[in-house]
Design a protein around this ligand. Sequence first.
Ligand code: CMC
Length: 392
Amino acid sequence: TGYVTLDIGYKNTGATKSAITFLDGEQGILKYRGYPIEELAEKSSFIEVAYLLIYGELPTAEQLKAFQYELSRHTLVHEDMKKFFDGFPSKSHPMGQLSSLVSALSAFYPESLKPSQTTEELNQSIIKMLAKMATVVSWIYKKSLGHPVIYPQNKYDYVTNFLYMTFGQRTEDVTIDPVVIDAMNKLLILHADHEQNCSASTVRIVGSSDSNIYASVSAGISALWGPLHGGANQAVIEMLEKIKEDGGDTDKWIAKAKDKNDPFRLMGFGHRVYKNFDPRAKIIKKACDDILEKLGINDEVLEIAKKLEEVALKDPYFVERKLYPNVDFYSGIIYRALGFPTDMFTVLFALGRLPGWIAQWKEMKENKEPIGRPRQIYVGATDREYADIASR
Ligand code: CMC
């Protein structure tokens, strides 16, 4: 069977050459297409970053306008999708709903199913995927409240439209607070790509069999759901709430996280690649203080989070293992300040990560990468004789 290198969890295996995102985990550096994340988070908008990731260059004013226009033309989702969406129990987890809905888009937009698309067809698939995702995410939120969905208003840009469909009312033309729009843009930018993480690798490997964009992204959403990946943002808030209810004794919870006989881990801490500060966490921590102040919100769990970080960063267990707060440690505190319920947090991560998944999928296709198919080292039984059921 030839020589197989074993690397369980792909800790050291490069699966592709990529020109999208640069990550130096030792130095804590993250760049999209060569632009430092700090600068993009400060100066750019989510939709501009989406363009940058997918097409490789920052758009000119004209290109951005055309991109925004194209997106706004595809924000509506086929009405028949609602019939099956209505069947989800209202309390079912938003991530399960999202992966199913995105997969179902393939049934309503079958033109994206063609394996060898022309550049224009591929581009149309990308635009539809991006445009419809925001609409579908807002549906899921509205359902959790038992409220009717709100139709998009194409005069708004992508992020404002998403916030409008999410927090808007049917009867009025609501004004979305610019602080909320800015905060949302920043969070989505910080989540937009992170090279070959679990969900991006999933999207690439599914896409490598020539699966369509909806099927590939739906698989990425499923990968993101787990608490070791995107699901950590929900797990962090649940952990902080628990610590608060328990009296806020951070030392006790740090001790639990260090105890190898206790399955508890400090959620929002540690990273496969960062062995230094996660630059996204630094930006989000600062943004957190800023946004809560601007919105006039005082969230007790923010103090608990800061105390946990302070204690952990001085503790030899965390220091030796180079465990630092990651992107998920403070993001949930902002999401809930903006008005999102805890179980929507990972869906917001998915909305942010979508341009990254699309860019990774497109790059994989353009590079004509072969089907992804890892090998194994077989350790099971060798030859055995089948025994009739009566004699087992
Ligand atoms: N709390 C306590 N100990 C930890 C933690 C933690 N959060 N993270 C890692 N460790 C320990 C781990 O027990 C191991 O110790 P030892 O060497 O004694 O066995 C050592 O640190 C190395 O950890 P690992 O699990 O081998 O590292 P990994 O690269 O396989 O896992 C991780 C990375 C992110 C899954 C892990 O750090 C973790 O479970 N963190 C908590 C969940 C989390 O916050 N996930 C979000 C990741 S960032 C955003 C994203 O990907 O979506």
